[in-house]
Ligand binder design. Structure first.
Ligand SMILES: CC(C)(COP(=O)(O)OP(=O)(O)OC[C@H]1O[C@@H](n2cnc3c(N)ncnc32)[C@H](O)[C@@H]1OP(=O)(O)O)[C@@H](O)C(=O)NCCC(=O)NCCS
Length: 156
């Protein structure tokens, strides 16, 4: 597991990716505080307790640092930042049946855009098994010596 670094300045506009999904009935947007239990429960059921815990913490930021993708008022994907560590992106995930439609990319780029607006110049994507998605969609590069990173001595 390595960490990745992503440049946040000079990025392309994320709006076209969001507009394309919206035309297909999928909304990618910031999660609201009143949606916390829906989102955290969905992350728990879909991806397990570790990611649900991190997602929960993202709702303790104000405003929440969590993006969601919805279709017919149901959640189908999420992406958080500033959770386990400041300046860290993640976790993120898309429901299996909704993958390969550009939703993961739109969630990732929306969160990176928000991190840039929050004042970060770079984002760290922590504890990645497979970097390919992030290299392709966000131009991420591996941080040398970042394994093991902060996700060590974990409770089991
Ligand atoms: C990784 C994940 C978020 C991608 O979501 P997605 O909605 O299927 O991704 P997209 O449709 O937006 O894909 C965007 C591009 O990345 C590519 N891509 C998607 N998943 C990929 C992967 N695992 N490896 C390499 N490339 C990938 C797509 O082919 C697409 O390429 P294109 O623009 O040339 O068509 C999703 O597969 C997932 O939830 N996986 C399980 C959880 C996980 O691994 N989360 C990330 C670790 S925190």
């Amino acid at each position: 597991m390595h960490d990745l670094l992503v440049k946040l300045y000079g990025r392309a506009d994320v709006r076209p990716d969001i507009d394309k999904l919206q035309a297909e009935g999928i909304n990618v947007r910031k999660a609201m505080a009143y949606e916390k239990h829906h989102v955290v429960e969905w992350v728990m059921e879909t991806f397990g307790t570790g990611w649900a815990s991190e997602c929960d913490v993202s709702f303790s930021n104000h405003p929440a640092t969590c993006f969601i993708a919805t279709e017919n008022n149901k959640i189908i994907g999420f992406a958080c930042y500033d959770s386990t560590a400041k300046n860290f992106f993640g976790p993120m995930g898309v429901a299996e049946q909704a993958r390969n439609r550009g939703i993961g990319k739109a969630l990732l780029l929306s969160a990176l855009d928000a991190m840039s607006q929050d004042g970060y110049a770079y984002a760290i994507i922590g504890g990645i098994d497979s970097a390919e998605f992030y290299i392709k969609t966000a131009g991420a590069i591996e941080i040398p010596g970042s394994s093991p990173g902060i996700y060590r001595d974990r409770l089991k």
